[in-house]
Each structure stands twice: as structure tokens, then as C-alpha cells.
Ligand binder design. Structure first.
Ligand code: FES
Length: 93
């Protein structure tokens, strides 16, 4: 497990899309450091999640997708491509 920090937006638009449940799903993993933060400026793509220090952004995250982020990204260091925010991580090819 890396020393990643997971920022989960807890502002209006993201909350309406289940941000509290997403944060709770991260916090259910005792070895994950997750904190609720204010608006990340990506409201139309919420729930917005950022992983630091990697500066990897995820969008439209649902609670049931948290497991994949924890297992693949936080434990194995491989970002979950399907959930990457296209504004920060444009797809090539
Ligand atoms: S409300 Fe979550 S990014 Fe703005």
C-alpha cells in the first residue's frame, strides 16, 4: 500500500450523486487515507475523486467502484483506466 491520500469531493453536485457513500466506501478500508474536500471544480463529472501524490483524477465514481480503485490503484499502483477523468487524462490512440 502506498501512502496515497484520496480526496473525495463532498460538495453539492457530488453529494447529490452519492459522494458521501463513496467516501464511506474508501473509509471502510482501514489502511486507506481518505478525506472529504470541497468542490474540485469538476461538478458536472462528479463524484470527483483525486488520488495524491499521483495527481490522478477519477470522475463519476460510484460506491461500488471504490473497491477497484483501492485494489488496482492504491495497492498495485495501476490507475483504473475506465474511471479516469478525461479532462486530466486524455486517452491516446
Ligand atoms: S461539487 Fe464535486 S467537483 Fe464540484
Amino acid at each position: 500500500m502506498t501512502h496515497s491520500q484520496v480526496l473525495v469531493c463532498q460538495y453539492q453536485n457530488c453529494l447529490e450523486r452519492g459522494a458521501a457513500e463513496v467516501l464511506a466506501a474508501f473509509l471502510a478500508h482501514s489502511n486507506v487515507t481518505a478525506i472529504g474536500v470541497g468542490c474540485q471544480g469538476q461538478c458536472n463529472m462528479g463524484v470527483t475523486v483525486q488520488v495524491l501524490p499521483d495527481e490522478v483524477w477519477y470522475c463519476r465514481v460510484k460506491p461500488e467502484q471504490v473497491e477497484a480503485i483501492v485494489e488496482q490503484h492504491l495497492k498495485q499502483g495501476k490507475p483504473v483506466e475506465d474511471l479516469l477523468h478525461p479532462r486530466f487524462h486524455p486517452r491516446f490512440g
